[in-house]
Design a protein around this ligand. Structure first.
Ligand code: C2E
Ligand code: MG
Ligand code: MG
Ligand code: MG
Length: 282
């Protein structure tokens, strides 16, 4: 659609593209304003021990209540924030806020914070994480970071080093949405990781598609062989829980155990596992 007049290249005006760009620009402006005005907050979705169902911790998920448009989904605003670089500020907010709130939870509970591939391109992330722990007083072992597979695949030596340094602090690193990206098996061994998070698309197909059972089985045996923990996301039914438990997946997350909820509600839900055992026995 580009053409040349004289020595200049011109691009044909594409109203659809222009609308999309305009919408993204407005969204980005609104995000900046919104962050300043306190329109963003975090909800926490329980992460459970699949053997017992006991809550181990939670994943922090960003929510945006736009002043006049109402709630905007992270599926919409996160990609826009990543494209503009604003995800660095948004991600910093999520990190500090999650550490601050989790420091008030019972000591055994962990918090998992999503970190964008854009954020891990920046070596300054290490200091940010240190500061978030220092300010909140949260023990490093209670902080988990979730990084998407694509960020790793594009990862340079510097990215791998940064993640290695973060892990050396005692923070645990999980590979999010595993199975949707392009990690090769040989690549996996080079990645400094603690946990694999099996993408919900595999869990969703578990009861209808035998192939997804095979995929989950091989992911779990690979995780086991590489000494990684495994967590499955998007568990919605008792049947999915039973299958994943039988396959040896250690942890799970999904609407069956709890929707993303406010910090106070999470704490109320998270009964220590010894008390849970007593309850089950009694
Ligand atoms: P994700 O990290 O893979 O998070 C899991 C998503 O699955 C969440 O959607 C969660 O609400 C949803 N989910 C959990 N259990 C179930 C279930 O049983 N069934 C179904 N259908 N869905 C379930 P959410 O909160 O809309 O977040 C979407 C994505 O936005 C996240 O995917 C993550 O990639 C991104 N995101 C959210 N918060 C942050 C953040 O603070 N930083 C960054 N970089 N990305 C974030
Ligand atoms: Mg995640
Ligand atoms: Mg995920
Ligand atoms: Mg996902």
């Amino acid at each position: 659609s580009a053409y040349k007049i004289g020595s200049h290249w011109w691009r044909a005006f594409d109203p659809e593209l222009a609308r999309r760009q305009e919408r993204a620009r407005k969204l980005e402006n609104d995000m900046r304003e919104g962050l300043r005005r306190g329109e963003f907050h975090l909800l926490y979705q329980p992460q459970v021990d699949l053997k017992t169902g006991a809550v181990r911790g939670a994943e922090a998920l960003l929510r945006w209540d736009h002043c006049d448009a109402g709630p905007v989904s992270p599926a919409e605003f996160v990609p826009v924030a990543e494209a503009s670089g604003f995800i660095r500020e948004l991600g910093r907010f999520a990190l500090f806020e999650a550490c601050r709130q989790a420091s008030k939870w019972p000591d055994h509970m962990t918090v998992a914070v999503n970190v964008s591939g854009i954020q891990i391109q920046d070596a300054g992330l290490l200091e940010e994480v240190q500061l978030a722990l220092l300010e909140s007083g949260l023990a490093p072992k209670r902080l988990h970071l979730e990084i998407t597979e694509s960020a790793f695949v594009e990862g340079s030596r510097a990215v791998l080093d940064l993640i290695g340094n973060i892990r050396a602090m005692g923070i645990s690193v999980a590979l999010d949405d595993f199975g949707t990206g392009y990690s090769s098996l040989s690549y996996m061994t080079a990645m400094p990781l603690d946990k694999l998070k099996i993408d919900q698309s595999f869990v969703k197909r578990l009861s209808t598609d035998p192939a997804s059972l095979v995929i989950i089985q091989s992911v779990l045996s690979m995780a086991h062989g590489l000494n990684l923990r495994a967590i499955a996301e998007g568990i919605e039914t008792r049947e999915e829980w039973d299958i994943l438990k039988a396959l040896g997946c250690q942890e799970g997350q999904g609407y069956l155990f709890g929707r993303p909820m406010r910090s106070e509600d999470l704490v109320a839900l998270a009964i220590p596992s010894d008390q849970l055992h007593q309850r089950l026995a009694g």
